[in-house]
Structure formats: C-alpha cells, structure tokens
Write a protein of this length. Structure first.
Ligand code: GUN
Ligand code: FE
Length: 446
C-alpha cells in the first residue's frame, strides 16, 4: 500500500458546490483519493507516507479531452489553411495511410507527451485504420487514462486506398476490444471509432453498435456535422441531416460521443437530448478548418452533455486544453453576449464534463474522496496571473490567463507522470528527434 499526502495552496475540487478548499490536504492511498481534511502541522509531520508540500501550487482535477487523434501528431503544420474535405483528401488520409508501426508509435508518444505535460489525464482517441495495438501499447506504457479504438472506415470516396473491408474492420475491432477493454485496472477502455458518416457503411455503424453490448463501459466515438460540404453530401446520400441519419439507424444513445455538432437543425438538437448523446466541442479545430461555431450555449441550456477536445495536431495545431477552454469561452461571446460561457462553466466542461461524457464521473473529473487520483498542480503565481485570490477569480485565471506552461506536476491513477514540468515517461528531445526521423521516412512513402 502506497500512501501520499499533497499539501497545496488551495484545492479546486469541481464538486457539485464548486468548493475551493484552503488549508486542506489530500491523502492518496495507491490509486485513489482516500481523504481530504484540514491542514494540521502535526498530522502532516507525522504522516506515514510520502508528503508532497507545494504550498504555492493550486491542485485541480486532471483535464479530460473527449476528442483526440494521436496518430496525427507528426502531421502538425503540414496541413494548414484547408477546409475539412480537402484537408482529409489531400493531406490527412494520405498521411495516415502512410503510417507504419514505427511512425505510428512515435506519433502516439509525441501526442501523449504533449497531453500529459499539459495537464490532460484522460482522453478519448480516434485511432487510425491500421496497427492500433501500437497506440494501445503506448497508452498502457504512458500511464494516461484513455478510451481508444481503431478508426473504422469501409468507404472512402476521397482517398479509396485508405479503407478496409467491412468484415475485416469489424473483426479487427472485435479482437482489439477483447484484448484491450478494461485493461490496466480499467484505466484503458475501448472507444469504438467509426470515423464519420461518409467513411462508414450503415452495416459498419450498426454492427459496431451491436458489438458494444459485449463491452459494457465502452464508448461509440465519431465525427458529426462538422462542415457544410460534408453535410450536403450526407443529405444527398440519405435525404437526411447527419444526426437524423444516425438516429434512424439506432446508433445514438448515452454512450455516443459526437465530435463537433456544428451545423445542427432544431430536430437534431432534440435528438441529442432525446438520446442523451454527448457533444465533444473542439473550438480550435472548428475555427482553423473554417468549419463554423457550434451553438454550445444552447446545448448547455438544454442540459446536453458538452465536453472539450483539441482534435488532432494538424487542425489545431496544439493539444492544449488551455487553448480549448479559452476559445470555448471567447468565441461565443460576440454571438451570445459577454456573460455567456463564463470561466467556471468552461472549466467544468474540461474536467467533470469530460468525465460525465465518458460515463466515468464516479472515477475522475473532480477531487472527491473515493475517486481516482488524477490530479494536476498548477502554478498560478507568475507574471501572467490574476492577483486576486477570490474563489471566482481562480476559474478566470485558469481559463483566460493560464497555459500549459503553468502545469507543474501531474498524477494519474496515483502515479506521478509529470514532475516539475518534465515528463517522467518520455524524454522530450528524444521523441522530438525520433519523431522527426519517422516523419521524414513517412513522407518518403507517400
Ligand atoms: N472527419 C473525419 N475525419 C476527421 C479528422 O481526422 N479530423 C476532423 N477534424 N474531422 C474529421
Ligand atoms: Fe477529429
């Protein structure tokens, strides 16, 4: 049994009352938060375990990102200034198609390292068509909490070489789910990942949903209604809007996480609510690909689950939750007014909102007794920070003024993954240079 005690300046719990605790400590036994109690010099000195005294740092729950493409990390900066369908056709599909196990491994390492050093402790990853076990291998090794799965595609008019036979895609998916769902004491779960409506036959989508019955706790992860040309294609093919089609074939329920959901009509918003499906909002990606601005305040008004994701490195070009929080707040203000999407609301989307979207809010997303110890210590005392120490101003400081550079220590499942801003899992420079090598080789395979 391993006991640890964290003594921070303050604890932003993200519990139901948004309690902020001062002069309090968090006791961790193995992978879980065992207790939270008032600070007392005597009890800290007599603690029979490791004491982490960081009385200038703010303890927050680890961030949860519900839409990530680890496989795309090597392609950062190689697909700028394009809209979705051209971006996929001319850049991303050929790039992903050129992955071999070595390049995919470096992409996964590079992406996970950026995420953990930026304070993200849980992700939902979309995977890629081939060699998915490599991504699982790195997720397991790194210590990050993840839902992941092979990207499923049995149609591809944009780049036909990059797809699989329906039966092969389903078979490989079933094998992976059997091998990896609920691994590492539940830290790794399967996220079934049919890519988007234009890359998936109806059979692929419905058979995948059926397969999920054998894997309780798994997630159905796809893109939906991101781009106007994309939904025009969907309309042409099915005579329906994107979510109307998904609903008509029975793939929307409370395990469905839909990235983007930008161009929804009233009926589709009602379908989100009726099916209790989840929206993963990716504001950087939505702006950079020129896709549009999702009506997130309306979804929140209707108590539809909203969480945040950075999407992939080539449509962002960062995997930092701080960028996503800031933009999620700012982009709505000219449309809905400056008081909408306040800092506290957005901070909750990036923490407990993500955990709720993935149906793991009993395990992570807030600092509460009994939950997993997925924790981040932030330094909010630098030149760019808010001077006020009022409770409400902490959210403002984190959402509007902070960055990944303020992340000092990160713990996942009770294990320190980042200390003093440095990854304990990966060597930053080694993976940068090895990633560069693999990118060169990959580009030569195009
Ligand atoms: N739609 C289908 N594939 C993708 C992808 O890789 N990124 C984004 N942003 N949208 C997609
Ligand atoms: Fe995406």
């Amino acid at each position: 049994m391993k006991k640890q005690l964290i003594v921070p300046k303050q604890i932003v719990t993200v519990d139901e009352y948004n309690s902020i605790l001062r002069n309090s400590v968090v006791e961790i036994i193995d992978d879980r938060i065992a207790d939270i109690y008032p600070f007392n010099d005597q009890s800290v000195e007599n603690f029979d375990g490791e004491v982490i005294r960081e009385e200038n740092l703010t303890l927050i729950p680890g961030f949860v990102q519900t839409h990530i493409h680890l496989c795309q990390t090597l392609f950062r900066g190689l697909a700028d200034e394009l809209e979705l369908l051209d971006w996929l056709q001319y850049k991303i599909f050929p790039f992903e198609n050129a992955h071999n196990p070595e390049s995919l491994r470096m992409a996964a390492k590079f992406g996970i390292n950026e995420l953990i050093t930026g304070g993200t402790t849980t992700i939902l990853d979309m995977g890629t068509l081939r060699y998915q076990e490599i991504i699982f291998d790195e997720l397991i090794y790194s210590g990050i909490r993840a839902f992941a799965g092979k990207c499923m595609m049995d149609l591809n008019d944009l780049f036909p070489a990059f797809r699989a036979k329906t039966s092969d895609d389903l078979k490989y998916t079933a094998e992976l789910a059997l091998a990896y769902h609920e691994r590492e004491g539940g830290r790794i779960k399967y996220g079934f990942a049919p890519r988007f409506v234009l890359s998936c036959s109806e059979a692929l989508l419905t058979e995948t949903k059926k397969m999920m019955e054998d894997f309780p706790g798994s997630i159905f992860h796809t893109h939906a209604s991101e781009n106007k040309n994309e939904i025009a294609e969907v309309r042409k093919k099915f005579g329906k809007e994107n979510l109307e089609y998904f609903d008509s074939i029975g793939v929307m329920d409370n395990t469905t996480v839909l990235a983007h959901c930008i161009h929804l009509n009233e009926n589709e918003i009602n379908l989100l609510k009726k099916n209790d499906s989840r929206v993963s909002h990716c504001p950087s990606s939505n702006l950079k690909l020129g896709s549009g601005i999702a009506n997130i305040p309306e979804y929140i008004n209707r108590s539809i689950s909203v969480s945040l994701g950075a999407d992939g490195a080539p449509c962002n070009n960062n995997l930092s939750i701080f960028n996503e929080m800031r933009l999620a707040a700012l982009i709505q203000k000219p449309i809905h007014g400056a008081s909408r999407m306040n800092a506290k609301t957005v901070f909750r989307l990036a923490t407990i909102g993500g955990a709720e979207a993935l149906n793991i809010a009993d395990e992570t997303g807030s600092i509460q007794i009994g939950k997993k110890a997925d924790l981040v210590l932030l330094d909010l005392e630098g030149p760019n920070h808010t001077l006020s120490e009022n409770d409400e101003d902490i959210y403002s400081d984190i959402v509007y003024a902070s960055s990944r550079k303020d992340v000092i220590h990160v713990m996942i499942d009770g294990r320190w993954i980042v200390k003093d801003g440095m990854s304990l899992v990966y060597d930053d420079f080694e993976i940068y240079y090895k990633g560069q090598e693999q990118l060169k080789k990959l580009l030569s395979r195009l």
